[in-house]
Design a protein around this ligand. Structure first.
Ligand code: AMP
Length: 191
């Protein structure tokens, strides 16, 4: 199985690149943010809970997020692999994913990390907020909170995969196709 963790701060381009990668490699896209937003739309119990954290730019509690990822994976037993987009977001989630994949007899193949400077992220998120319909993209205070949460809680996940020799950094500034080419090159060389 080809299991890619597509990593990076909010606004780095994970969603855009995931859409292209799943098409090229025939993988299942598992975006925790997208699943939470779908649940919010349907007003499920989990959606209502997630919304209270997302609206503040905070992480949804681990037990909710991890349980959700496990049940999504269980829905696609025939998958050739996954693009994990927006997950794992802290070390505990990374360890849980490893344990879960081990039970399934596979593992994370690579972490591809899109690297973008903070000023550029802030500008991209505000621009996206104009038509994304995402409440967390509109307010500069919430945008900054999400970037801070990334720096404090999520960025250390790089070290976790680096220690396993699985981390590859990719410059996330440039044309969509150029960045996609870099990602594909990394997968083809290491996948
Ligand atoms: P995203 O669409 O990846 O930018 O995520 C939007 C929001 O969903 C985040 O700011 C968090 O509140 C929540 N979220 C998404 N993925 C996770 C995760 N792996 N762990 C906890 N919260 C998450």
């Amino acid at each position: 199985m080809l299991n890619i963790v597509l990593f990076g701060p909010p606004g780095a381009g994970k969603g855009t690149q995931s859409a292209k990668l799943i098409e090229k490699y025939g993988l299942v896209h598992l975006s925790t943010g997208d699943i939470f937003r779908a649940n919010i739309k349907e007003s499920t119990e989990m959606g209502n809970l997630a919304k209270s954290y997302m609206d503040q730019g905070k992480l949804v509690p681990d037990e909710v997020t991890i349980g959700m990822v496990e049940s999504e994976v269980a829905k696609t037993p025939e998958a050739k692999g996954y693009i994990f987009d927006g997950f794992p977001r802290n070390k505990f989630q990374a360890e849980s994913l490893d344990e879960f994949l081990e039970i399934l007899g596979c593992s994370v193949t690579l972490m591809l990390a899109l690297e973008v400077e903070e000023d550029e992220l802030r500008a991209r998120l505000l621009l996206r907020g104009k038509d994304s319909g995402r409440a967390d993209d509109v307010n500069p205070v919430i945008i900054q909170k999400r970037i801070d949460v990334y720096n404090n809680e999520t960025a250390p996940v790089k070290d976790y995969y680096s220690a396993q020799g699985k981390y590859i950094g990719i410059n996330g500034v440039g044309s969509i196709d150029g960045i996609f080419g870099e990602l594909c090159g990394a997968i083809d060389r290491n996948g």
